[in-house]
Design a protein around this ligand. Structure first.
Ligand code: R5P
Length: 294
């Protein structure tokens, strides 16, 4: 069984670090042979100029209820929208709190069935691909809980989104959720990202880790974006984003480290400077403080 256990020679993997994967004819890794509609939607999510994206994740309520910093979607999210490239949210959050005049692409959270009060991997599909299309989603998403009790079911959820989405040119974002019993290291995240990329997701969201994040990205043949995770001091969050981009991530899908920042609007712009311009974290933090003072 490949790498299920640490085996002799496992340390000798060759990820070809320093040799970028070729992207013939289309700017995104692993996307050259996709349908026009998928490429067009991916071009709405990822900025073709920088090749990267700042996605604002505010789907937390679907498992956590009113998360700190996101108690009021209608007050917190709209001011952030001009400063991000893409919105990642639930059907209910979108329909109730986001104006239909908004022109940013939406990545629709389609899984449900579990909350923080129960086993998080026990998910099903709650939003169909047709419903996501009716809401003009640019992509659909669900999580894969690799190694968890309901691993198979979560892969089945993703398979549904990929198979049905492909019929309509609708890309799928695969999220690698990490259960409490899993270690968030390069070995685990590398396995999880590769499994769902080979299943057919068009881009992957995972966590930054060190050491070894560069290898996680290199071993994944589609673009990788990072989740922010728990709230960090702003400079630390910017440092994490910088390291991830520097090691090959194509963006962030960040929630708490933006909407729960001291000044969320300033933080969204500082994260944008890191992601699109590879601004040094200290420089981005200066920008954050400047914007915060205005
Ligand atoms: C979790 O409920 C969601 O999948 C979030 O979208 C994800 O965890 C990213 O948000 P954060 O940056 O807060 O971790």
């Amino acid at each position: 069984m490949p790498d299920a256990e640490k085996s002799a020679g496992a340390e000798r993997k060759d990820y070809g670090i320093g040799v970028p994967m070729e992207t013939p004819g289309f700017f995104l890794k692993g996307s050259a042979h996709l349908y026009w509609g998928v490429k067009n939607r991916l071009s709405q999510i990822f900025n073709p100029k920088s090749g990267r994206t700042v996605m604002l994740a505010f789907d937390h309520g679907y498992i956590m209820g009113p998360t700190t910093g996101l108690e009021r979607l209608d007050l917190v999210v709209p001011p952030l929208i001009p400063h991000v490239d893409c919105l990642m949210c639930t059907r209910g959050g979108l329909r109730t709190c986001i104006s239909p005049e908004v022109r940013k692409p939406v990545v629709m959270r389609c899984s449900t069935g579990a909350t923080v009060l129960r086993e998080l991997s026990n998910e099903v599909i709650g939003v169909t691909v047709e419903e996501a299309l009716a809401l003009n989603a640019a992509a659909v998403t669900a999580q894969a809980c690799i190694g968890a009790e309901f691993e198979r079911e979560t892969l089945d959820n993703l398979s549904y989104l990929i198979n049905e989405g492909n019929r309509y040119g609708l890309p799928t974002l695969g999220v690698t959720a990490v259960g409490k019993e899993m270690v968030r290291d390069a070995r685990y995240l590398g396995l999880a990202c590769r499994v769902i990329a080979e299943l057919g997701v068009h881009f992957v969201k995972t966590y930054y880790c060190e050491p070894g994040f560069e290898e996680v990205v290199a071993g994944c043949p589609v673009p990788v974006v990072i989740a922010g995770g728990k709230k960090l001091p702003e400079l630390d969050a910017l440092k994490m984003a910088y390291k991830a981009i520097d090691q090959g991530a194509m963006g962030v899908d960040m929630g708490r480290n933006i909407f729960a920042a001291d000044n969320p609007v300033a933080m969204a712009q500082a994260v944008g400077a890191v992601v699109h311009e590879l601004a040094a974290p200290e420089r981005a933090f200066e920008l954050y403080n400047d914007l915060k003072g205005k």
